[in-house]
Design a protein around this ligand. Structure first.
Ligand code: 13P
Length: 247
């Protein structure tokens, strides 16, 4: 049985004051019975948010980590540091990292390795652009992104995959449950090629304009094991509703 994961990617939003209010709302509200919840604040706030979340049962993580272990890499934060902060998960290969910061599939695969070495669960983000969808190459593109990582991944380990169509991120355009399920099923099929056990246990999240109104239908699909939520995770009440939609 895969426990659903509802994860909030705060991106570059928040302040000390806003984060405290958001965390207070999440820890005092009803998250539902089923889902695990995780939040990904901007890295400068993670230590503070982690302190506020201690004993809450809500996990936290970084939105990115460096390819390197340590040293003269100004502005970067490493997987070792993420471990030091008690991060359970770290996002890797978010489409904004790929498009705005030039991260290739190879870079993403290296970051996954760094995290695995630290015992942190990578949340690998994959997804096609609108052009790729219209050209009919969605499965091919997403498959290549997954393969680049899994070819170097020990299938006895744990990974979470987040399918986030680029055209659905921050646009208000959610993939239909059927569109999302088709890609999730294709990812799960690919995982079988590595290990049946990996395919059965890996949570595949959907991301892209998920909100309290769309979550339940998406999460009801067989291969959708929760969500990676951007904008709607910044509002405690809405994020709690999304969490409850997972059961
Ligand atoms: P939105 O939910 O704001 O579309 O963002 C999705 C996302 O990129 C989460 O990582």
């Amino acid at each position: 049985m895969r426990r659903p994961l509802v994860a909030g990617n705060w991106k570059m939003n928040g302040s000390c004051e806003q984060n405290a209010a958001l965390v207070d709302g999440l820890t005092s509200g009803d998250r539902g019975q089923q889902a695990e919840m995780a939040v990904f604040p901007p890295s400068v706030y993670v230590a503070n948010v982690a302190e506020m979340l201690a004993d809450s049962g809500i996990a936290w993580g970084l939105q990115n980590c460096a390819e390197q272990e340590k040293g003269a890499f100004t502005g970067e934060a490493s997987a070792v540091m993420a471990k030091d902060l008690g991060c359970k998960y770290v996002l890797v290969g978010h489409s904004e990292r790929r498009t705005l910061f030039g991260e290739t599939d190879e870079v993403v695969a290296t970051k996954v390795q760094r995290l695995v070495e630290q015992g942190i669960v990578p949340v690998l983000c994959v997804g096609e652009t609108l052009e790729e969808r219209e050209a009919g190459t969605t499965i091919e593109r997403v498959g290549a992104q997954v393969k680049a990582v899994l070819d170097q991944f020990d299938s006895a380990g744990e990974i979470v995959i987040a399918y986030e169509p680029v055209w659905a991120i921050g646009t208000g355009l959610t993939a239909t449950p059927e569109q999302a399920q088709e890609v999730h099923a294709a990812i799960r099929d690919m995982l079988v090629g590595y290990s049946a056990d990996l395919a059965a246990k890996t949570r595949i999240l959907y991301g892209g304009s998920v909100n309290a109104g769309t979550a339940a239908e998406l999460f009801a699909k067989e291969d959708i094991d929760g969500g990676l939520v951007g904008g709607a995770s910044l509002k405690a009440e809405e994020f709690l509703k999304i969490s409850r939609a997972a059961g």
